[in-house]
Design a protein around this ligand. Structure first.
Ligand SMILES: *Cc1c(COP(=O)(O)O)cnc(C)c1O
Length: 429
């Protein structure tokens, strides 16, 4: 084969794929096995010491999962990836491999509520401090917020649910100037629309439950290492990558260099904490990824159709879709030239009562928490995902009483729009 660089559409089908050695199966099989037989006594010891290319146990190493993780890493332009049990588990694992008690993490002030909840909950209790900087802050404001103990800058390429776009190029420059790795949750954009490593990210996170799978049948998460960050530039910041391993084995930085982070993630964090990804889920995830580009093109077209139909509807006080009437057109053109995803959120002028009438009036669209499905889904944020917050906190986050998030699916655009519009007709003025 020549050295031709295959296009995204080709790699989403072939990257990382293996032909099963036993039967020659073309589709990556489900290796539904807890463990792998050692060749001998000595081979077992070699596998446990990480000195053998052969695997030991499916908790952190399963062949089906490795194919799916390598495919996601390839599409993102990273060097390697690890699958974990959910998007939440991906965030927890990614941060566990960077920060420890006493450390500090900077985030944008617009994040998926599950992420915020974990950062303000379990992770803060474990001693990691989180501090939010306004998404639109300038470079010097970000630089000034970095402390000696800052171990990550954390952002979502397209924030869930209001579609604020993080200026990844700016955050990439902050990362380069401060030596603090940039971690990007790229769930809503997907690597088809945005590749954060091209803008200076060190680590990319996914909830694979969403568009990467696309069919809404499995929960999962992925962490991808860009191989771009120099973990040895300031070894005192990442001591776990630089201390010698048991029995005098070299440190992760010595042994794996630029891949030290993903090696630590797989062979320490996932091994010790055990957020394993089922091989059956990896099989389904792979089937989703194979059609990612086709689905994203249609998701974007359908989302634009919904945004166009609803932006001037009298019951809609405000519509959120990146680049549509929101002052984000320039950053969207720079970072998301092929489209800005398929979450459209609307603020109903009539508040909670309008949201209730609208959601209860839907016939085709499902009321459900989840995004990135082939089906169009809608949810009232204030009473569900953001339901535990005080009203003032919700307001600060832009979660107004009439806010409804719509994850635009792959049905015929006219049918989606017709259902949304007929439900709006029943909304009290
Ligand atoms: C859903 C979601 C998560 C969490 O993923 P799960 O697979 O549900 O655990 C994380 N980040 C974003 C942006 C999400 O939309």
């Amino acid at each position: 084969m020549s050295e031709r660089a295959w296009a995204f559409e080709t790699r989403q089908i072939h990257a990382g794929a293996i032909v099963d050695a036993e039967a020659g199966a073309r589709v990556t099989p489900i290796y539904q096995s807890a463990g792998y037989v050692f060749d001998s006594f000595d081979d077992g010891a070699e596998r446990f010491a990480g000195r053998s290319a052969q695997r030991a146990y499916s908790r952190n190493d399963n062949p089906t999962n490795v194919v799916a993780a390598q495919r996601i890493a390839d599409l993102e332009g990273g060097i390697d990836g690890v699958l974990v049990a959910s998007g939440q588990a991906a965030i927890a694992a990614a941060l566990a491999a960077l920060a420890q008690a006493g450390d500090h993490v900077l985030t944008t002030d617009r994040l998926y509520e599950g992420t915020r909840e974990m950062m303000r909950g379990v992770l803060r209790r474990q001693g990691i401090a989180f501090e939010a900087v306004a998404l639109g802050a300038d470079e010097e404001t970000w630089i000034a917020a970095v402390r000696p103990e800052t171990r990550a800058i954390y952002a979502e390429s397209i924030a869930n649910p209001l579609g604020e776009v993080a200026d990844l190029a700016l955050l990439g420059r902050v990362s380069r100037r401060t030596g603090v790795p940039l971690v990007v949750d790229n769930t809503v954009a997907t690597p088809f629309l945005c590749r954060p490593f091209e803008h200076g990210a060190a680590v990319v996170i996914h909830s694979t439950s969403k568009w990467l799978s696309g069919h809404g049948s499995v929960i999962g998460g992925a962490v991808v290492d860009g191989g771009t960050f120099d973990w040895s530039a300031a070894p005192e910041r990442f001591p776990h990558l630089h201390t010698a391993r048991p029995h005098g084995a070299p440190s992760f930085a010595e042994r794996f260099g630029r891949a030290a982070y993903v090696a630590y993630l797989r062979s320490v964090v996932v091994l010790e904490q055990g957020p394993s990804f089922p091989a059956t889920s990896a099989f389904l995830l792979l089937h989703g990824i194979e059609t990612l580009s086709l689905r994203m093109e249609r998701h974007v077209a359908n989302a634009l159709a919904v945004a166009t139909a609803l932006r001037s509807h009298p019951a809609v006080a405000r519509l959120h879709y990146p680049g549509v009437d929101d002052g984000q057109a320039a950053v969207v053109a720079r970072l998301l030239p092929d489209g800005a995803g398929s979450i459209v959120s609307i603020e109903l002028a009539g508040g909670v009562e309008a949201a209730r009438a609208f959601l209860d009036g839907l016939r085709l669209v499902s009321q459900m928490t989840h995004i990135g499905d082939v089906r169009t889904l809608a949810i009232h944020s204030g009473s569900t995902i953001h339901g535990k917050l005080e009203e003032a906190e919700r307001r600060e986050l832009g979660i107004t009483p009439g806010l409804v998030r719509i994850s635009v699916g792959l049905e015929r655009a006219e049918d989606i729009v017709a259902d949304l519009v007929q439900a709006l007709e029943g909304v009290p003025a």
